[in-house]
Design a protein around this ligand. Sequence first.
Ligand code: ADP
Ligand code: MG
Length: 299
Amino acid sequence: METILSLKNLDKKYGAVHAVNNLSFDIQKGNVYGILGPNGSGKSTTLGIILNVVNRTSGEFSWFNGNLSTHEALKKVGAIIERPNFYPYMTATQNLALICKIKGISTEKIDEKLQTVNLFERRNSKFSTFSLGMKQRLAIASALLNDPEILILDEPTNGLDPQGIHEIRQIIKKIAANGTTILLASHLLDEVEKVCSHVVVIRKGIKLYAGRVDEMTASKGLLELKIDTNEAELIQLLENHPAILKVTKDHETIIATLNSEISATEINQFLFNKGFVLSHLVKRKPSLEQQFLDLTNNN
Ligand code: ADP
Ligand code: MG
């Protein structure tokens, strides 16, 4: 595996605000990473640091195993961290040509990148006639002009209508399928779930989870139980069961979080043998949404 970017104990304080708190993770080539966290959790600050537009307070980051200076490394990065300024009275093609000139890169990729973002048919339309979604797609095309190793996007679907959101997500997936590594920041769980292979969940600048999106969903599940009498004794028995990680209560329902595989039948038999007759027993998997809320709320 080839490491594109490595963050080690990265820290950023804005006065009393600890925006990024001892954050470490690696980005491997070919994957699609989401930095997922509620608003104000430090996503944009993290992206700003690795793109050299925000100064870190402490910690390290290194691009491409530290083989290049940050300045050289950033030539292999395509990033959109704020809405770029295009000229309203220039066409899509003219705007991209200007960016090529400013960046000192060839204009030969313009048509290809317009096709990638489904704007080739509109290449001769003025920027001012574009919808917000089209403007965002043009921004993505502009970030791809130098065939970057990694594309970095901050909240790529913010403010778009459902159709625009869908188009952007399809385009991100297409770019990833062509082998470009992607790092995107989002406060939307379903965006990360739909688009990303890997996720770093942060809250208040602190990493809560890093790993594959599908492993985040592969928890052992929960049991919901109810009993008419002896509830306290039942909770105590559950708490001491080796397959149960923790026991909480939600109104009348006891929720037992599992830490290993056990069937509802097994647990029912076990409890019955101990003299507990349940009035309700259901085994279910927590949704990714619930896990995200657990991660971001209970810390
Ligand atoms: P996110 O992108 O996850 O919404 P940010 O990185 O923008 O989070 O912000 C993280 C925290 O840092 C927030 O509390 C925010 O108010 C604070 N912050 C961000 N930029 C600045 C700044 N330039 N000056 C002071 N505080 C800032
Ligand atoms: Mg942000």
